[in-house]
Design a binder for this molecule. Sequence first.
Ligand code: ATP
Length: 889
Amino acid sequence: MPATDPPKPDPTFGIPERLAKHTVRHADYRAVSREQMTPMMHHYAEVKDQYPHALLLYRVGDFFETFFQDAITVARELELVLTSKDAGKEIGRVPLSGIPHHALDRYCALLVEKGFAVAICDQVEDPAQAQGLVKRAVTRVITPGTVLEAGMLSARRNNFLAAVAIAGEHWGLAHADVSTGEFLTTQSSDLEQLCQELMRLQPAEILLPTNAPDLGGLLRPGETSEHVPDWLPTQFCYTLRSQTPFTQTEARQRLLQHFRLRSLEGLGCDHLPLAVRAAGGLLEYLEDTQKATQAPLQPLATYALTEYLVIDHQTRRNLEITQTARDGIFHGSLLWALDKTVTPMGSRALRRWLLQPLLSLEGIQARQQTIAELVANGALRQQLQQLLKQIYDLERLAGRAGSGTANGRDLVTLAESFARLPDLAALAAHADSPYLRALQQVPPVLEQLGQRLRSHLVESPPLSLTEGNLIRAGVNAHLDELRQRVSGDQQWIANLEVTERDRTGISNLKVGYTKAFGYYISISRAKSKDAPEDYIRKQTLTNEERYITPDLKEREARIFTTQEESQQLEYEIFVGLREEVSHQVELIRKVAATVAAADVLAGLAEVAIYQGYCRPQMVPGRPIQIEAGRHPVVEQSLPAGFFVPNSTGLGSAEPKAASPQSPDLIILTGPNASGKSCYLRQVGLIQLMAQVGSFVPAAAATLGVCDRIFTRVGAVDDLATGQSTFMVEMNETANILNHATPQSLVLLDEIGRGTATFDGLSIAWAVAEHLATDIRARTIFATHYHELNELASILSNVANYQVTVKELPDQIIFLHQVQPGGADRSYGIEAGRLAGLPPSVISRARQVMGQIEKHSKIAVGLRTGRRAKSAQEAPGLYPDPEAQLDIFG
Ligand SMILES: Nc1ncnc2c1ncn2[C@@H]1O[C@H](COP(=O)(O)OP(=O)(O)OP(=O)(O)O)[C@@H](O)[C@H]1O
């Protein structure tokens, strides 16, 4: 056997050669002697000790530098050049990778998106004033859930940080969006519900209290740890925290202190210890990571899961509410079809509304009334949208002002937005629907604040806050005086060329300026002998001599110091203004919520008009009566007029009252691709949209309020958990049967396909029967098992519908029409023929089918024992007991 060389150590730590400019030594800073480090590197190591789990970005001049292992990681993740820096005479060069300070946001965004936490260690004193090493400190730790910077956030969706507290089967969950200030908490039991709630929120980061020795670690999506329960979804980032801030006493104390309260009663969570623990733990994390830039949160709001229509994760995916099931993209989702909002606040609110439809008739009707008014009054809606377009992201701008990170442009855009509020109020003055009436009142404080900002700040201020040109003339007498002095001296210098030419008689004498030397007088070499006595030579160039005079230098020094003073004064005035805004954050966010809701409703009104939606009549009870309903998304993707509308009638008041127009359960049959799935989803989406308060794609609709919508659609192998298609299907079905109520809407697209035919049919039958008799949930059951049509002849609250097709000699035309009756055959063999299966296989299949039909005739009926029991439990559902014998005759 040939001898193999031992593997050579990889000197570049896996960094591509083109990026690794220097051979890397010392990846671990802890293995390097501190005594031998340069003073700066020594300080770096001390700071790094405090943030072992974050990538430490350390300000050096115009760069944020990373060293050691962090440099390797940053170079790899950001595809930056890995170079090296001298860390001390005895140590030599260590890995370095740096990013320019002006690109900090962009690079941080990439790192945070990849699931890293980033600690920013900035200079906290002016390097020019520094004696020795410039003072540096960590000013902020950015983690996926604590991002504030506009460039790192998606405008159209919230960025939630969540925290959980678990005790046995009970749990508390708090979530906050640091950029908009929303802060909510809830408590419930049933751990599955916790997972569902996390899936709804899609938090960027979840805090988990543990006893892990290595706290502070950030588990990136997909990473597992023995400290994270394996039943929690793995697609999120988890941060392990100490238990202490999550204890009842600490958490409570922290909340009381933060919101300056005596009791938590007003927040609605006094009696919910786990909700309090989660919220307290979250707050502590923000204090720990945000430092001085802590953004103000809105008062903690407590919510209950029972206040909203429950849509589980599968249903959200199957109904494609915010993204498509297949590709996970926005285009093609319900949100895509309905989002005609014109502000980011509105867009975020619509997303939240679609994920949390209402249960309260009053709440639904208030939204409907507003849409109705905006539909009826097109001019009002258009003007409203015109004004809304001029309102910027108040929620996030207020957050940046509150955290002290807003710049001049942020305040100017805030002021411009405030200026539109009275216009909105005037527009809404004669409106009489609830959400428009809410626009009628503009808090006078905000009007005044807007005026103040506009009168103080220049129209388009620079990004920098320390280089002046922020504050208008006339705002501050001292500032005006300083500026006048500067411009007087500048004028003197500008005139100097003329006066000195006159005095010296040198016609080509010039006055110039360089950053290194400041102002100077320049004379050509040929004329330099004529330079007056008081000129002091400073620099000799090939063709010219440069001079200064004591007068010139004095003026120059005065300009610099006065300018510095005036810039500092401008900065102070600006910070004062920003503080004034920060005192109004809560009020601004209240107004923002009103504006966002008006935006959502104006957008929904626009869709209602252009897509021809109707206002559903919301009634008590269980009816789902839809006349000529359409699928809101499929309709928009087809050419106008191509979508075939279909009606739906479900939900009898009583079993006995059930008729083919209002059964509790519909068995829906029809060939492949005829439109069964589309129809199922259409009914689910119409119900959901109605509970959001929206108009719906139908000619008319009368709907009761649902407590839950369940869907079981399609067969997707859950490769991630290693479960088979059939097991996934059974788990989902079990979940539905265990949780559905008579107020639920259940949409089942094929059950029992992944197993032997008779097993599958038997399960499908039993499930349908259970839903119709024991639960009496309103159900549509799409199936290829035509045998299920027999249920309708046995149970009075079951009806058969089919999606029709037209058969031609060599093709099937899909009519997409849902009509009463059961399909008598499945067209599966036809479909196979059209797909190109060989003729011999097709004819053999026909033969086999004939045989099966002859020999295993499934005579339909219920076993006597089962029937007797059910007939007692659900009297009225079984019309003719004699006709119901054994299921297999
Ligand atoms: N009402 C309709 N009007 C117009 N086109 C429709 C309608 N319903 C469905 N379609 C079109 O038919 C296609 C197939 O529909 P769908 O997936 O619902 O069929 P299916 O009966 O559920 O099929 P399978 O049994 O194979 O799952 C859809 O992509 C859609 O484009």
